[in-house]
Ligand binder design. Structure first.
Ligand code: AMP
Ligand code: MG
Length: 321
């Protein structure tokens, strides 16, 4: 599958591929998405198959604007507030699904809710506008693998799968969207992500409940929060205070641990935003070096650190068969 730089005419072509039931990988400001027309069950099924994603793990529906989102989800006052504050942007809102929405059941994996997002990336927005349909798009990587923050990562992971890969360069944020559930009585943080919890709590003037502990695979609340995810091939060891033989080092801050081996520093100046941007590419680079393990230095838990540590815990979790 050729990787094509996302010119205006290629965005139009990609939109046509989507509208005809094809599968298109495209950049967003968070990670690359693997998109299909959310109203076309056959196309959505291809996305699940291409990713090897379990069918109980629902997809995010991407739309061009808040008005379109309102045709698919039942917006309440907090949802409107968050959408106005953060859309277009890296926030996904889970709402009760409208009965008249044409998004197919496969997208929400049979749940009565729907996850909606209006991305900010101009290529993604152009694609959504031109396609004229909601686009179901999980991250463009094999299920459980490290997310793709460059078109070349998509090609490496999904090979000939997508009908089209729109190349928009490296993604600017590098971590997935924050997922908030507003379908129940209490706002819940389903997945920490590119917008820190504190910023969302400020807008809502309320604390977010937590649903971020890894669930059993069949738990309906946030089916994607599986214990093992974002997993490189190499064993990942967290909170490292030394580097063991055979290990590469994922460092953070001005005093990396001493080692003769490969080191990638997420942010020598200790900036969590910079670390988030580099995170998935760094994991890939270390993993591709063929090291037996990856030692990870402690990373502070506040702000974007919550999402980075969440991904690290899943990357380190023991995998099932
Ligand atoms: P990804 O497809 O990798 O971007 O991940 C999307 C995340 O949103 C996964 O963790 C899904 O489980 C979660 N998600 C999508 N739809 C829903 C929904 N209706 N209810 C709860 N979580 C959802
Ligand atoms: Mg993903």
């Amino acid at each position: 599958m050729p990787i094509e730089p996302a010119t205006r005419s290629l965005i139009q072509r990609a939109a046509k591929v989507l509208a005809d039931g094809g599968v298109v990988a495209f950049p967003t400001e968070t990670v690359y998405g693997l998109g299909a027309d959310a109203t076309n069950a056959d196309a959505v099924l291809r996305v699940y198959e291409m990713k090897g994603r379990p069918r109980f793990n629902p997809l995010i529906a991407h739309v061009a604007d808040l008005e379109t989102a309102g045709a698919h989800g039942c917006f309440n006052a907090p949802a409107r507030k968050l959408a106005e504050a953060f859309w277009p942007g890296p926030l996904t809102i889970v709402l009760k699904r409208r009965a008249e929405s044409r998004i197919c059941d496969l997208v929400s994996a049979g749940l009565e809710t729907i996850a909606l997002r209006v991305p900010a990336n101009e290529i993604a927005r152009g694609l959504l506008r031109a396609a004229g349909c909601p686009v179901a798009a999980p991250s463009a990587n094999r299920a459980g693998h490290v997310s793709a923050t460059a078109a070349s990562h998509v090609a490496a992971d999904l090979g000939e799968g997508p009908d089209f890969i729109l190349d928009g360069g490296d993604t600017v944020l590098g971590l997935e969207s924050t997922v908030i559930d507003l379908s129940g009585p209490e706002p819940l943080l389903l997945r920490p992500g590119a917008i820190p919890r504190e910023e969302i709590e400020n807008i809502l003037a309320a604390k977010l409940g937590d649903a971020t502990t890894p669930n059993e695979p069949t738990s309906p609340l946030s089916p994607g929060q599986l214990a093992s995810h974002y997993a490189p091939r190499a064993r990942v060891r967290l909170e490292a205070t030394c580097v063991e033989p055979g290990e590469a080092l994922l460092a953070f801050g001005g005093n990396p641990l001493p080692t003769q081996g490969l080191v990638v520093n997420l942010s020598p100046k200790g900036d969590l935003r910079e670390a988030a941007t580099r995170f998935f590419a760094a994991l890939r680079q270390l993993d591709d070096s063929g090291c037996a393990g990856i030692a990870v230095m402690p990373i502070p838990g506040e702000g974007l650190g919550e999402a980075i540590n969440d991904r690290l815990r899943r990357a380190a979790a023991l995998r099932g068969a």
